[in-house]
Design a protein around this ligand. Sequence first.
Ligand SMILES: [Mn+2]
Length: 318
Amino acid sequence: MINKIIEIINSCETFLITAHVRPDGDAVGSELALYHVLRNMGKQAVIYNQDRTPDVYTFLPAANVITNDIDSVEIFDAAFVLDCSDIERVGEEAKRIISIKKIVNIDHHVANSGFSEISLVDSGASSAGEILYKIIEKLSVPITKDIATNLYTAILTDTGAFCYSNTGSYTFSVAAKLVEAGADPRWIAVNIYEIKPMAQIQLMKETLKTLEIQQDIQTGSIYVSRKMLKDAEALPEHTEGLVDMIRSIKGIEVALICQETSGDNYRISLRSKGKINVEKVAREFGGGGHVNAAACILEGDIKSVKNKLLNAIKNSWV
Ligand SMILES: [Mn+2]
């Protein structure tokens, strides 16, 4: 399949690059790395995401080229859909994007739907960026500092800074090659982990007050309302990392955050230390992700939403 994808890269001229809604470091880093590769090969490329790039990733080389609108999809010879288990994950433009002649899917989610014939899916890979590296190293273009910085960021963020169980020796070998190619681990880490706006810390203070621990199922949960976001002058993206903090508590196996989005809608992020498969829990509610990190959307008042989740987690223990 790698050869088929390389043939598409070599033979096509105009590319659409896209990834999932609420883009994360893997989505943005992989998109930008591929963008630099294609441009360095003299090709045309457009990166489209439904949602804006979180501020934390705007330091990435060429992050400013990412657009949140597409006019016509007819101009594209091929589309790369990155870090998506299903075409619907790209958002409202899914129908138009899927009409592009050649669709290449590069992904590492457990429950990939196989929506594209041309796909490189490896649920054992740390990140879409790690899979993309395998393709890029076979192309006849050098891995520049800009490409390396973007791919390193994709891998760093999706492995929780090389802490998650998706981190293997291959992940480190790719990271090492990216550092050799110019990625600066300290500079990238500072840009990602050490530039939190004060609003994010304010929000953390408020949400930690909502922490509840269910000892019997070793689960910790927190809740973020729209009012909390507003009062802290924080953005929805500033809840990033909160759920990981809850997972880090001694004796906690599962962490969840319920984030109010609109009306009675909650976006749920789930984390596990490894004993519970939270991907299965999320899938029960129409979501998905990875064994130790998953997400879903639930409707209802906060009490019933939490109860449904805690019940599902309880059932996963037996
Ligand atoms: Mn990913």
